[in-house]
Ligand binder design. Structure first.
Ligand SMILES: Nc1ncnc2c1ncn2[C@@H]1O[C@H](COP(=O)(O)OP(=O)(O)O)[C@@H](O)[C@H]1O
Ligand SMILES: CC(=O)N[C@@H](CCC(=O)OP(=O)(O)O)C(=O)O
Length: 263
């Protein structure tokens, strides 16, 4: 099978113009099949403040009411996605910007209301992804760049965590490719001590994960990232790595510097 890189870039890096540009330069230089998934949570929160739309997160997921789904559709599907595509084009990378509604690639279900009503948040069912069209794009030399938006098949856009979009695409594509999933963010990897960039945990399995949880060394956004990473490795993705956006080149060329997931 051919190799495919599925690479996710997080909102903290996107928020910095220089950080994003440097990451995209490295991403553009990767040879072979590749797909980018971007977040943008921080930018949506800032734009929301300007428009008087308050951001509320529960368990790492944005509560997405009517005003918020319009906000994130504009910010993720418009501003962030199209800026990234234009920058990749300027770097000679023939990117094509997509949401999960385009080509019906990522159908999802509106999260059922239990204790919390998350509003227009979509849960992806990995078995329903339609990734054959991605192969056609990749075979013709295009580089898909996904915004973290999905759809419900009834005319509604849904807001889906970008880490989940990345792992869902990686899993669905692993039937056609040897997929290497890399989560890029602003830290060196999963850290033993979040304030010490030298404390990277080189390899993590479920046992060490449980231990880190019991020692309360993990909190906030790293938790859904780790859950998504395990979901991907359990479902047949060949390699899953969490690492620094600045280390993308070395993480794609074998000298990995981040945290590798094993099951
Ligand atoms: N042990 C840990 N190692 C690394 N990051 C951690 C850890 N515990 C908590 N975090 C937090 O998780 C955040 C990453 O999650 P998130 O903000 O969702 O990333 P992204 O930018 O990819 O969306 C880091 O910025 C950090 O504050
Ligand atoms: C449902 C949900 O929480 N969606 C996320 C999608 C963006 C995202 O995941 O961006 P980062 O990768 O930058 O965090 C949100 O709106 O924040």
């Amino acid at each position: 099978m051919q190799e495919l890189f599925v690479i996710k870039i997080g909102g903290n890096v996107i928020d910095s113009e220089a950080g994003l540009q440097s990451f995209l330069k490295d991403f553009a230089a990767i040879e072979g099949n590749k797909i980018l998934i971007h977040g943008g949570g921080k930018i949506a929160t800032k734009m929301g403040e300007q428009l008087g739309i308050e951001s509320k997160y529960i368990n790492g997921r944005r509560v997405t009411d009517d005003a918020t789904i319009d906000l994130v559709t504009m910010v993720y599907g418009g501003l962030v996605n199209k800026k990234i595509v234009a920058q990749l084009q300027s770097l000679g990378c023939n990117a094509i910007g997509l949401t999960g509604a385009d080509g019906n690639i990522i159908p999802a279900t509106k999260r059922p209301v239990k204790e919390v009503d998350f509003g227009w948040v979509g849960d992806v069912e990995s078995s329903k992804l339609k990734v054959e069209s991605l192969k056609l794009l990749l075979d013709s030399g295009l580089v898909p760049a996904f915004a973290p938006l999905t759809h419900d098949g009834q005319g509604h856009i849904l807001n889906t965590n970008a880490d989940t979009v990345a792992s869902s695409l990686a899993v669905a594509l692993s039937y056609m490719y040897d997929v290497r999933l890399i989560y890029c963010f602003e830290k060196k990897g999963v850290l033993e001590n979040v304030d010490d960039d030298e404390s990277v945990i080189k390899i993590i399995n479920k046992k060490t994960y449980q231990q880190l949880l019991s020692e309360q060394k993990l909190f906030a956004g790293i938790l859904p990232k780790i859950d998504n990473a395990f979901a991907a490795i359990d479902a047949g993705v060949k390699e899953v790595l969490v690492g620094d956006a600045n280390d993308l080149i070395q993480n794609t060329t074998g000298k990995t510097s981040g945290t590798l997931f094993i099951n």
